[in-house]
Design a protein around this ligand. Sequence first.
Ligand code: HMG
Ligand code: MG
Length: 302
Amino acid sequence: MPEHAVRIVEVGPRDGLQNIKEMVPTRTKIELIERLASTGLQTIETTSFVAPKWVPQLADAKDVMQSIRPLVHAKRDISFPVLVPNVKGFEAALEGGAKEVSIFLSASEGFSRKNIACSMAESLQRAQMIAQEARKHNIRIRGYLSCVVECPYDGRTPPVAVLGMAKQMLDIGCYEISLGDTTGAATPGDVRRLLDILLSEIPAARLAGHFHDTFGQAVANVVEAYQMGIRVFDSSVAGLGGCPYSPGAKGNVATEDMVYLFENMGIATGVDLNKLSVIGDWVSRQLGISNSSRAGAALISR
Ligand code: HMG
Ligand code: MG
């Protein structure tokens, strides 16, 4: 990847859908993934192998993976990671044909207990167990670290707690740590203070940004992180998203907004913005919600 280019991790089919109460038809999820795979995106997170009681919306993970097998086979340049919380989820993901999994831990105790029913220390042990299995099967692991600025249960997160967890996740074998502003409360000042500390011990190439847009700060946070050397960002088509265990959190930064931003700054994303905007409009209609991407909605109405 050229030094200035960015890689976008599209999390719409997973983060984007997981918090929607009404069940989204499996065929809509599959069509969404298929359409996204035609835009130039290199990474599309497809679903989660979590406990269905905890996230009912993604209980069809096995069917989604089964249906996209031909696509995964045909598009070898695209990575289709899935979320796994434990070895049970890892085994199901493997059976489903996943070549990459994402584990998800928290930099705060409160969210760890609410989201994955264990302490931060226990979550690292679980992560070790998943990593051990992943090594046996040559599966890549990406790590999410939630609540890097604020926790919905514990308040502000000290940056040193983020640093400690991120280092341990890298030691366990994650190739990259995606820093989650789960509540979407962070501002560029928070991002700078956090990255100042993280980058003193972790190379920028091992970090990614995952900004929710609750307070409308996500694009500004992306710019700040980019200026500090981060080149990988997670986003959702149409700005879909939110976590059932982070009450009130809004969607991820919209992929269309990020592509508009970077391409107009002369920074390559490799993504076709027009195609993506059509998908954002389509999926918003399918879900019966308004399009949260400002750039996407603007382009569609022109
Ligand atoms: P638990 O209740 O302690 O689990 O939950 P358990 O081991 O006691 O098992 C309870 C039941 O779940 C059993 O079934 C298990 O078989 C089943 P039962 O006997 O009752 O019928 N089970 C599973 N089923 C399918 N797949 C599995 C699995 N594991 C257990 N993998 C657990 C612990 C971790 C499973 C649960 O807390 C969980 O699934 N949590 C996931 C919550 C979640 O998905 N949150 C959203 C994703 S994270 C996020 O959005 C943040 C992120 O975007 C970054 C950011 O924004 O910050 C990544
Ligand atoms: Mg998220």
